[in-house]
Design a protein around this ligand. Structure first.
Ligand code: ADP
Length: 442
């Protein structure tokens, strides 16, 4: 209550009482005068209150001017009216913002779905309705995993934290591929972005098919060429009259043919890793024997270079995965360590487990890598130093294979290196893959 209103309010009561007092005194009935004055004031206030209630009731449906009144009641009516208008204006502003957001999201080609912390549907735009086959209003409040029945999607809904978006078949059109990304916000609420990636998926399939087919077609002629080269090389070695240039040429041809064979094998492996769903990913792999085999092969690769290889791994260490794929990934790392470490250098292979999961480290004290190259190392054919890579016989696909194998095992790779000091590659696997492996073997 402002000071002017308060003084008006007290002024009016005082003058009413004064009139009552005067009239009472004149009629020689002071208390009666006071009583009548108070009664009159109460009746008047009651009438104003009644008008206020009627107005509030009507104003709930549409904006109405307040009743005319003087004094404190006039101030009350005007005050409420001002608040009501302010409230209506912000309501209109908010409604128009919501309308604009709904219009713009409806115009999007990508689907947007909002789900609460239990995964129940709250809201979705037109595109999401079409892509996932959601019906408004029937599906509102339903569990999303009941409407999109896909185990991969259910797992992703359960735990999407830090995970890459997933690709699933559309529940509406079988030929369509959807990419789904989940962002968690507020109190565990989820925002899903759904995108139709069928065309991209088709192109991706065409690309991997093409690479796989070309590699496959090249394999047979190359085997024939290699075979003949070997026969010729054996024949020439036995003939003392062969000019040395022929021997050198044959050696180089054999070397290049072997490189091409390795390249083809790696390309085929990569295509398989990309194109197929992990099948034997639930094998329980004994790491000690797997790593010991790789280290033995690495010793053979090192040959005269006499690298010092060290392996640390518990005898009972187990990992759930595909033994063939894991061997391929780990051996790429160990062979790289040998190839990029000068003679006599140290290569350490170590497996350990902690509360975060299992980790395989391959560390060398070789040539190292400039940190600017590290983010791109796992790209296909990315080489730090082309001439050095050719000299070591690399295909440029080794780390791309490692990355894909780890992705299929829900793992990731971390790389640290200092030029001239050496490199450290660590493969990280989630805890679930170690626990599962132990349960399978119990
Ligand atoms: P490549 O067949 O050429 O070795 P990779 O994909 O295996 O291809 O490796 C990519 C590049 O990363 C290599 O060309 C090399 O420069 C670098 N690299 C990989 N491992 C090591 C290592 N242990 N030490 C130094 N450089 C490495």
């Amino acid at each position: 209550m402002t000071t002017s209103v308060r003084s008006w309010f007290t002024g009016r009561i005082v003058s009413m009482l004064a009139i009552g007092l005067l009239v009472g005194w004149l009629a020689d009935r002071i208390f009666l005068g006071l009583f009548l004055a108070t009664l009159f004031y109460l009746l008047w206030s009651h009438q104003q209150l009644h008008r206020l209630l009627i107005w509030l009731d009507k104003a709930a449906h549409k904006e109405l001017d307040p009743p005319e009144s003087t004094g404190v009641w006039g101030e009350i009516f005007d005050g409420i009216y001002r608040i009501q208008r302010k409230h209506n204006r912000s309501k209109q502003r908010l409604a128009s913002v919501i309308e604009r957001i709904q219009d713009s999201t409806a115009a999007l080609n990508d689907g947007i779905v909002m789900a609460d912390q239990n995964g129940s549907l709250e809201w979705w735009n037109r595109a999401a309705g079409e892509l996932l086959g959601l019906q408004m209003p029937d599906d509102q409040g339903q569990l999303l995993t009941n409407l999109v029945r896909n185990p991969k999607f259910a797992r992703y809904m359960d735990n999407s934290h830090g995970k890459e978006p997933i690709k699933i078949d559309s529940p509406v059109h079988e030929s369509r591929q959807l990419q789904i990304a989940i962002t968690v916000y507020g109190q565990g609420n989820r925002l899903l972005l759904v995108r139709d990636v069928s065309r991209l998926h088709q192109l991706e399939i065409m690309r991997t098919d093409f690479v796989a087919n070309v590699s496959h077609e090249l394999r047979t002629p190359l085997t024939v060429i290699s075979g003949y080269l070997e026969t010729m090389s054996d024949g020439m070695a036995m003939n003392p009259d062969t000019p040395p240039i022929f021997n050198r040429a044959l050696d180089q041809m054999q070397e290049q043919a072997t490189r091409m064979q390795r390249l083809i094998e790696d390309l085929l492996l990569l295509s398989r890793l990309e194109a197929t769903e992990p099948e034997r990913i639930s094998q329980s792999v004994t790491l000690k024997s797997l790593l010991a085999g790789i280290v033995n092969d690495a010793k053979a690769l090192s040959g005269e270079n006499q690298h010092q290889l060290q392996l640390e791994c518990d005898d009972d260490a187990l990992l759930t995965g595909d033994a063939v794929e894991l061997r391929s990934a780990f051996s790429n790392l160990v062979y790289n360590a040998i190839r990029y470490t000068p003679s006599g250098g140290k290569v350490q292979v170590k497996w350990w487990q902690d509360q975060e999961g299992g980790h395989l480290m391959v560390q060398d004290n070789g040539v190292g890598i400039d940190p600017v190259h590290i983010p791109r190392l796992t790209e296909r054919f990315y080489r730090v130093d082309k001439s050095r890579s050719h000299a070591t016989g690399g295909t440029g696909l080794g780390l791309a294979i490692v990355k894909h194998v780890l992705l299929r095992h829900e793992g990731r790779i971390s790389i640290s290196s200092h030029p001239g000091k050496g490199s450290r590659f660590i493969c990280h696997f989630p805890l679930s893959r170690i626990k599962q492996a132990n349960v399978v073997n119990v």
